[in-house]
Design a protein around this ligand. Structure first.
Ligand SMILES: CC1(C)CN(C2CCCC2)C(=O)N1c1ccccc1/C=C/C(=O)NO
Ligand SMILES: [Zn+2]
Length: 411
């Protein structure tokens, strides 16, 4: 029946009214979302926000995201949960002790010969060394681990953590501006209770760190849709990248070119997710909602609006599975805040005013001061033939996924 569900998610079924005619950006009927029945948890603490605000490539982005969600009055409709810091033991579940000790060493400012070693751990350039990095690592890891614990303890069915989603970090190195891989740690935690975890990565970039961590197992199925073209970071994630050994066919990659728009993105991703759902029957979902594919982002690659991400998330929510929504990329800070506030409203089934409400960062939303993000007019390099070929190759890969008998989860 998920096939006809897809029709429900084809673009025509959703219209986000033009601001000029509507006072609110329309979200699908609240009956469409499951949130009405369940508590939505929102992971937040002032300390977490302050640490994320320090990230030099996205200064103050975390505060802008949280302030806009607060300004729209959404916090009162969620259970706001303060995360605990991850311990060294927690982070050692994925990262190497050497790497974590090095991050800890940076914290002691006296040690100045840090720079040579830094490069072997992927630090410097895109992941600059700075004193607060170990504290950041504990907080972002702790936030996503807290989200996983809430799902495991059945305290909530939908957890939102816009301050996680650092999908590039590797076991023993930082990468792509990600210092620790909170997602891998969160999925490992979920595996203590759930037999099959589905990871969906909607960020512009390939979720290589998460795929690498689970490419040899069939207990975590990773789906990443991303820009894949010569020289674009991280360069992995071609459609033939399907995983290895027991994990063969449990890594799904949807490589795309510049300029893709909602109208093509949504049916392609949702039809593939429907196939994955039917074949894999996941018990829990983790979705990275990176916003660097949204029109207006300095990455200038995809031409999506937040509505595209929302529709994919609505499909995931319609499965009534425990689910965790995470942040990720997004370098136009106001658009990233617009995107994640819109998704938060959509998950809650609440209509958001088209006008950005007055709040501390209002001036960042000029000159229109609207929630909607208009698509750009960049060239779309994704021909219909190319998209059909990708869809055919991906669904062929997925057809190899076999029904799994229940197995003991790792103790
Ligand atoms: C350093 C930042 C993160 C910022 N940035 C742009 C944005 C605006 C001006 C520079 C990049 O291309 N970056 C990167 C540099 C090297 C490798 C990876 C990334 C981004 C990864 C990502 O978003 N994954 O989801
Ligand atoms: Zn990205």
């Amino acid at each position: 029946d998920s096939a006809n569900k897809i029709d429900r998610y084809s673009v025509s079924n959703f219209t986000s009214k033009n601001c000029l005619t509507e006072s609110t950006a329309v979200v699908p009927d609240t009956r469409e979302t499951t949130a009405g029945k369940f508590t939505v948890c929102y992971i937040y603490s002032p300390d977490l926000i302050e640490r994320c605000d320090e990230l030099h490539k996205i200064p103050m982005r975390a505060s802008m995201v949280h302030s806009l969600i607060e300004a729209y009055g959404l916090l009162r409709h969620m259970q706001v949960i303060s995360p605990t810091k991850a311990t060294l033991e927690d982070m050692k579940q994925f990262h190497s002790e050497d790497y974590l000790n090095f991050l800890g060493k940076i914290a002691d400012e006296d040690d100045d010969n840090v720079d040579e070693e830094a490069h072997q751990y992927g630090l410097g350039y895109d992941c600059p060394v700075y004193k607060g990095v170990y504290n950041l690592a504990c907080l972002v890891s702790g936030a996503t681990l807290k989200a996983a614990d809430l799902l495991i303890s059945l305290q909530a069915r939908i957890i939102i953590n816009w301050f996680g989603g650092w999908h590039h970090a590797k076991r023993d190195s930082a990468a792509g501006f990600c210092y620790v891989n909170d997602i891998v740690m969160g999925i490992q935690r979920l595996r203590q209770r759930f037999d099959r975890v589905l990871y969906v990565d909607l960020d512009l970039h390939h979720g290589d760190g998460v795929e690498d961590a689970f490419c040899t197992t069939n207990k975590v199925l990773t789906v990443s849709v991303h820009k894949h073209s010569p020289g674009f970071f991280p360069g992995t994630g071609s459609v033939t990248d399907v995983g290895v050994g027991k994990g063969k066919y449990y890594s799904v990659n949807i490589p795309l070119h510049d300029g893709i728009k909602d109208e093509q993105f949504v049916p392609l991703v949702c039809r593939i997710l429907a196939h994955v759902k039917d074949r894999y029957k996941p018990e829990v979902v983790v979705c990275q909602c990176g916003a660097d594919g949204i029109a207006g982002d300095p990455m200038e690659s995809f031409n999506l609006t937040p509505v595209a991400l929302m529709k994919c998330i609505y499909l995931l929510l319609s499965w009534n599975l425990p689910i965790m929504l995470l942040g990720g990329g997004g370098y136009h800070h106001a658009n990233t805040a617009r995107c994640w506030a819109y998704i938060t409203g959509g998950v809650l089934g609440r209509k958001l005013a088209c006008e950005i409400p007055d709040h501390k960062f209002l001036m960042e939303y000029g000159p229109d001061y609207e929630l909607q993000i208009e698509v750009g007019n960049m060239k779309n390099h994704n021909s219909i033939e190319f998209l059909k070929r990708v869809y055919k190759q991906v669904t062929e890969n997925i057809s190899h996924i076999v029904q799994q008998e229940e197995e003991k989860t790792i103790q």
